[in-house]
Ligand binder design. Structure first.
Ligand code: 13P
Length: 254
């Protein structure tokens, strides 16, 4: 049985000092995460606040990395730098990176491999634009992003990956996908994983939904057996709102 996972993508929000206050408030509201897993993904500059403070039940993720370990890459951060701060996960191929910073599937693939080389678990984001959905291209788009993003991975490596289905049109818009749309796309992703990397990968990989997830709609998404958790943006910035999402995930645990 796949353990439920809630990943909180802070995007470019909160200074290190604000992160410390948030962590204190959240720890009081969510003293234990069991039986689900809760992972915080602050900006690079606040990773150390979460990574170095003990006594909370949250895992740590980075929002991106660069694929080489060291070198002349001004502004970039590598996988060994992230593991040294206590990161266990890294979000890769987010649609904001693809849209605003020109990231493509080949780049996401190099990053996935770099993460795996250093024992970091990649959370690969895939998702269609509104025009792609309107053209009926959703399945092709997400299948292609998945296959190119994970190209060259062994079966063992593929099982350590998490996939986040984030339709571009649902991110930050207040217009989440419907449980039916999410279930259908997750089925496509899971069957693609099973066809390419075998049935164990198909069964073990967690597939999250992201895009305007809130305390009010998360239970409806988690009711689907195809949804293993959520990648939450705006609603995780307030610790009270995140605590409600975690409580919904805990009470809907299968
Ligand atoms: P919102 O929850 O703000 O729509 O963001 C989703 C997202 O992009 C998480 O990675």
């Amino acid at each position: 049985m796949r353990q439920r996972l809630i990943v909180c993508n802070w995007k470019m929000h909160k200074t290190a000092a604000e992160a410390a206050v948030y962590l204190q408030q959240l720890s009081a509201l969510v003293p234990r995460a069991d039986p689900i897993e809760v992972v915080l993904a602050p900006p690079f500059t606040a990773l150390h606040v979460v990574g170095q403070s003990s006594g909370h039940p949250f895992g740590l993720a980075a929002q991106d990395l660069f694929w080489d370990d060291t070198g002349p890459y001004t502004g970039e951060v590598s996988a060994p730098m992230l593991t040294a701060l206590g990161c266990r996960y890294v979000i890769l191929g987010h649609s904001e990176r693809r849209q605003l910073f020109g990231e493509d599937d080949a780049g996401a693939n190099k990053k996935v491999r770099a993460a795996l080389r250093h024992g970091l678990r990649p959370i690969l984001c895939v998702g269609e634009s509104l025009s792609q959905r309107d053209r009926g291209d959703t399945e092709n788009v997400v299948r292609g992003q998945l296959l190119r993003g994970l190209e060259g991975l062994s079966k063992e490596e593929s099982r350590t990956v998490t996939i986040a289905y984030e339709p571009v049109w649902a991110i930050g818009t207040g217009r989440a996908a419907s449980p039916e749309q999410i279930t259908a796309t997750h089925q496509t992703l899971r069957s693609t994983l099973a066809n390419s990397w075998g049935s164990e990968t198909g069964e073990q990989v967690r597939i999250l939904y992201g895009g305007s997830v809130t305390p009010d709609n998360v239970s409806a998404f988690l009711a689907s057996a195809e949804v293993d958790g959520a990648l939450v943006g705006g609603a995780c910035l307030d610790p009270h709102s995140l605590a409600k999402i975690v409580a919904c995930a805990q009470s809907s645990q299968r």
